[in-house]
Structures are given as C-alpha cells and as structure tokens.
Design a protein around this ligand. Structure first.
Ligand SMILES: Cc1cc2nc3c(=O)[nH]c(=O)nc-3n(C[C@H](O)[C@H](O)[C@H](O)COP(=O)(O)OP(=O)(O)OC[C@H]3O[C@@H](n4cnc5c(N)ncnc54)[C@H](O)[C@@H]3O)c2cc1C
Length: 458
C-alpha cells in the first residue's frame, strides 16, 4: 500500500500533473496506442521537466514501485504502461530545437516524430525515423529506428549524437562518444533498460522534398513482384528506398473506387536523390510491370511520413510478430502469398523494411543493434478497430509468422516485438548481448527499469 502522505509530497514536488485512478483524466492517460493492452497503473506522473523525472525516479525507488516509461505510447507490447506502479509519462517534454548551422536537432523525450519532421523540414533537414508520424521519438530511437531514410542515412541510432538521461540511482548525466561512453553505446538499441532519457541530440540530414509514395499491383502479380523486388533492393543505390507490403485498399480517395477493399501487393518508395533524375530512375521500376495504383511523385518529407496516419489512428487492436530476414526464397514467397490472400482486415498488413545500404557501413559491435547484415526487418501485424476481432487478427498473424519463421535469420527488431521472453531478446542482440548485460549490471543492478525488452543484470 502506498502512503498517502508520500503521494501528496510527491505531487507537490512536481511541476507536471500526477494522475490517480478516479481522476477524470485517468482513463485517457493510462491508454496506449495499442488498445489490446489494458493496464491500470497506480500513478501516472506527467513530467514537465528533468526535475520532475528525477523526483519520479526517487519516489518510485523509495516506494519500491514498478516503473514504466512512456514516450509516444506506441510500443507494440504496450511497454509504456504497467499494472500497479508508476508511469513516467514524458509527453509534456516535446520541445524540438533545430540548429541549422550545426545541422543538429535537440528533442525532448516526449516528442512524436511529426514534431521533429515539422521543425526540421523548415530548414530542409530531417532525422531518419520510421514511417508513421505519430510514433514516439524516444521508444523508436532507443530500439534502433528503421524507416524511409534508412538505406541512405542509416538507423535512427546511427544519427544519435548524445542523450541526457536520469539513471536508476537518480543521477542526471549526459552520454555521448566521450562522456559515459558505455551508456551511449547501450542506449543505441538497448531500449529503456538504462535510465529515463530526457533529451536526444540528433545529427540532421539534408532531406526536403523527396520522390515517394506507394505503388500497388494486383495479387495475381505478387509472386513476380516479390521476386523482382528481392533482386532490385539489394542492388539499388542507397538513395532509393522501398518497402514491400501487402495491403487491402482503403475505401477512400486517392485510391480508385474499383479497387476499394481489394487485397493488393505494393512497394512504398522514398527516393532522396536529385529530383530532376527521379522520373528516369523510376522508369525501369514502372516499366517492369505497370502498377494498378501509382501514387509516387514529389512529396515533402513530412507528408510522406504521415501518409499512413489516417489508416492507423490510435486505439485499435494490434498483434505483432516480427523477424529479421536475410534472403527471400521462392518457398518463402509462396508462404507469403498464402497469408496475403487471407489479410483479415483493412488494417492488417505485412511489411518488409529494407535495412541494407548505409546500415551496413556501421560495424555490428558499434551499437547493440546486431542484425546489420540482414536484408529486411519483416513485420506481420493483425490490426482491427473492433475488440471483438482481436482473436481473429491475432490468429492470422501468429499462423503467418509460424509459416515464415523457418526462413528467417534468428532475432527480430526489438521495437516490433511484443512480450516474447528472454530467448528472443538474446537472439536479437546476438554477440552484443553480453556487453549489454555488463552495462546493465553497472548502471541498473537492481533491474529498476524492467518494463521493457528486459536485459537482466545477471
Ligand atoms: C503504427 C506504428 C508504426 C511503427 N512504425 C515504425 C517504423 O516505421 N520504424 C520503427 O523503427 N519502429 C516503428 N514502430 C515501432 C516503434 O518504434 C515502437 O513501438 C516504439 O517503442 C515506439 O516508441 P514510443 O516512444 O512511442 O513508445 P512508448 O510505448 O512510449 O515506449 C516504449 C518503450 O520505450 C522505452 N522508452 C520510452 N521512452 C523512454 C525514455 N524517455 N527513456 C527510456 N526509455 C524509454 C520504454 O522501455 C518503453 O517501455 C511503429 C509502431 C507503431 C505502433
């Protein structure tokens, strides 16, 4: 039982709000993006600044409370919230400051990628991130970060210069290549295991209007398109990015009416080379098989980033299964087609995100992110707005994954995993796992930060 006097003292020490069950804001505050996750924390501290985060860590330590850290609340397994315990909610700390001269961006840990995209685009810059603008900067970065700019500029962590972080012992430190270098190594892929990051400092890349968007082909062409794509993407120059997908066409513009609700295969492109060369670069792509839907053209980077936002608002049921993939064999393609034809809802999908290109130029030991030699990060998600369909979409995703897993490389991208146990986490970090354990032992020996893809300090 929590001592009421201690809660009152904690509340008065905060500049942000402290929310308890029974408060009018509690139900909305405890919710995360994935509505399949239903957890009820004892307290939610909406931290306004670093002092609030330090107070929250101290309070949780003294009261022996379980702690969950929440950035954007997008985590697949709902790791931004816990039952009982304290949620350290960073959403008020969403400031973004661009230094156009140094080409760096300072970002508060509660910011979403759309906040960063908006601020950087004004200067013709961007930080490599994901493909949905409502995802949190914190969780995505700490797990690695893959998206439209990955082949050109690497993972999000490859563009991280420093973090400010509150440790389990309550200290606030900076970690970069020189200071607390062990921590800086660990946070570039090791998730929320090492402390509460309050600020990220990123290198920004010169990205303005790109040539991008989706192309879709009928399912009858899927096998041929997948075979073409597997050869194309391993040889493509780094400035061409395209992830392969199966989708059901949404019943709204700009999708043509006769294709509404049709299951199709597609590639979502992002070309960051010279705009005047774009049409020529895409001629052989379009020439291989004319797409039934072609929405590819010049588009401001933030618009591409938010292209899927309408399809994926918060509050739906999500069941995730992921793997890293090195090669896409004909047998694996045949399995993909079997399940693509049975996409169980408008929102359910399979994406193959390429992680070659610039990702390969960073050494495997340089950050915890081990699978740099994989070609794709594959994710299968069963998604539906209706809780009554949760078993149905989950069953499809599990069966699909079971059929494809024998063709996979071993681990899975940590940010696409639900709670799947220690073996999967170990497999994902490969030979970097032992070093993560060593740093965890030094920085968080009591495993205070354990609502995450947990690196156990044993
Ligand atoms: C619709 C959708 C699309 C996605 N697309 C992509 C994509 O294109 N590319 C990609 O790489 N990923 C993608 N993801 C996965 C995403 O990276 C993870 O879900 C990530 O955990 C989300 O970060 P968040 O801050 O929103 O999560 P939260 O749920 O807030 O946090 C997740 C976990 O991160 C840790 N954490 C969060 N904030 C902090 C902090 N300040 N300090 C320490 N630890 C912290 C904690 O362990 C926490 O449990 C997507 C997810 C969704 C739902």
């Amino acid at each position: 039982m929590l001592n009421e006097a201690a809660i009152a003292a904690f509340r008065s020490s905060l500049r942000g709000e402290l929310i308890e069950p029974g408060d009018s804001s509690y139900e909305a505050a405890r919710k995360v993006y994935n509505a399949m996750i239903e957890r009820r924390p004892r307290l939610i501290a909406r931290c306004a600044d670093v002092a609030d985060v330090m107070a929250a860590v101290k309070f949780a330590r003294e009261q022996r409370l379980l702690v969950a850290i929440r950035g954007g609340g997008h985590n697949a397994g709902g790791l931004g919230v816990c039952d009982g315990g304290l949620v350290i909610d960073l959403s008020p700390m969403s400031h973004v400051h661009v230094d156009p001269k140094k080409k760096t961006v300072m970002v508060g840990a509660g910011a979403l990628w759309r906040d960063v995209d908006h601020a950087t685009h004004a200067f013709g810059l961007a930080v490599p991130s994901g493909i949905i603008s409502t995802t949190g900067v914190a969780g995505l970065t700490l797990g690695g970060g893959i998206g439209y700019l990955t082949r050109r500029y690497g993972l999000t962590i490859d563009n991280l210069l420093a973090v400010e972080i509150v440790l389990a012992d309550g200290r606030f430190v900076t970690a970069d290549a020189r200071e607390n270098a062990d921590l800086f190594w660990a946070v570039r892929g090791g998730g929320g295991n090492f402390g509460v990051v309050t600020t990220f400092l990123f290198k920004a890349q010169p990205v303005d209007t790109v040539y991008g968007g989706p192309m879709f082909w009928p399912m009858e062409d899927a096998a041929e398109m997948m075979r073409w794509y597997r050869n194309f993407i391993v040889k493509a120059p780094d400035d061409i990015y395209g992830f392969f997908a199966f989708h059901t066409m949404p019943p709204w513009a700009p999708f043509p009416e006769h294709l509404h609700n049709k299951k199709m295969c597609g590639i979502v492109w992002c070309y960051t080379g010279a705009m005047k060369k774009a049409e020529k670069v895409f001629r052989p792509i379009r020439g291989f098989k004319t797409p039934a839907i072609d929405l590819v053209g010049p588009i401001p980077h933030p618009a591409l980033q938010s292209l899927f936002d309408r399809l994926y608002p918060p509050g739906m049921q999500w069941y995730w299964k992921a793997d890293f993939v090195k090669t896409l064999s004909d047998e694996a393609i045949a399995q993909h087609l079997r399940f693509a034809e049975k996409l169980p809802s408008l929102e359910s999908t399979m994406h193959l995100y390429p992680i070659n290109g610039a990702v390969r130029r960073v050494k495997k030991q340089a950050t915890p992110w081990w699978y740099r030699e994989a070609t794709w990060s594959q994710v299968i998600v069963g998604v539906d707005p209706d809780p009554a369909n949760k078993e149905m979409v989950s069953a499809w995703a599990k069966e699909y994954w079971n059929a494809l897993h024998p063709y996979a490389a071993g681990g899975a991208y940590i940010n696409f995993m639900m709670e799947e146990g220690e073996d999967r986490i170990r497999a994902t970090y490969g030979k970097n796992y032992a070093r993560l354990v060593k740093i965890k032992r030094r920085r968080d020996p009591a495993n205070f930060f354990r609502v995450n893809q947990n690196i156990m300090p044993k």
